[in-house]
Write a protein that binds this ligand. Structure first.
Ligand SMILES: Nc1ncnc2c1ncn2[C@@H]1O[C@H](COP(=O)(O)OP(=O)(O)OP(=O)(O)O)[C@@H](O)[C@H]1O
Ligand SMILES: [Mg+2]
Length: 226
């Protein structure tokens, strides 16, 4: 489903963020990407969502060659990949419901479809009782659950989460990971970038370690050893 073939990314002459990375992720896998700060994790995420272009090599999602995706097709790509970043970026003046609905409105979905999908995805993250709240009336963990709900509105086959628990305490972190695991159980491929050793060790799923822009280990049911 996701494949990288000898992918390198140089931001400039001095900065090599990824070097000759090859990687294959099967549909339905949940994979953690770990590594020290500056090792190239976010760069990998950005290549997948075409926010950055590879300097060489090929990035593919299914048969789709992301390294050649035209600017016009980027929104189409982004709808197939749910993206979750650490900084929540919810709209402060919109409620939970409206924040999630907004993602569908900007994509031009019909009011009928919006009324159908929004409660469904809010229920997946367990916020059905808080749909009318504003972001400032939610805990950090709840805000991140809204972000996850929003990432689900287009029913993506892939979710990419870059440090989704970076700002959260242990309990909220576990809740977010449990929700991501549940979404994975539905069949969605999940790529989880994290610094959190406990998360990775507890998940007991595939772990890829990046160091200096290269994959230094790739283990099934792995442990985070850094
Ligand atoms: N836009 C950019 N221009 C130049 N260099 C960049 C740019 N973005 C990232 N880099 C460099 O590329 C390398 C990899 O950065 P990246 O953000 O992928 O690391 P990371 O593993 O996500 O780190 P962190 O754990 O701190 O988020 C770093 O050396 C970084 O300084
Ligand atoms: Mg990063």
């Amino acid at each position: 489903m996701i494949s990288l073939e000898s992918v390198s990314k140089k931001y400039n002459r001095k900065s090599v963020a990824l070097e000759d990375v090859s990687l294959f992720i099967e549909p339905g896998e949940m994979v953690s990407i770990v590594g020290q700060s500056g090792s190239g994790k976010t760069t990998l995420v950005k290549l997948l969502i075409a926010e950055e272009r590879a300097s060489s090599g090929r990035v593919k999602i299914g048969d789709w060659d992301i390294t050649r995706v035209s600017r016009r097709d980027v929104p189409l790509l982004r709808r197939q990949i749910g993206v979750i970043f650490q900084d929540f970026k919810l709209l402060a003046k919109k409620t939970v419901y409206e924040n999630v609905a907004f993602a569908l409105q900007v994509a031009g979905e019909s009011p009928f479809r919006i009324r159908e999908v929004v409660p469904e995805v809010i229920e997946i993250v367990g916020l059905q009782d808080k749909m009318s709240r504003y972001p400032h009336q939610l805990s950090g963990g709840e805000q991140q659950r809204v972000v996850i709900a929003r990432s689900l509105v287009h029913r993506p086959k892939i979710i990419v989460a870059d440090e989704p628990t970076g700002n959260l305490d242990a309990i909220n972190t576990q809740e977010i990971i449990d929700i991501l695991s549940k979404i994975n159980d539905f069949g969605t491929t999940i790529l989880l970038v994290t610094h959190n050793k406990d998360v990775v060790n507890h998940l007991r799923k595939r772990v890829i370690t990046i160091h200096g822009g290269q994959i230094v280990s790739d283990q099934q049911s792995g442990k985070y050893r850094l």
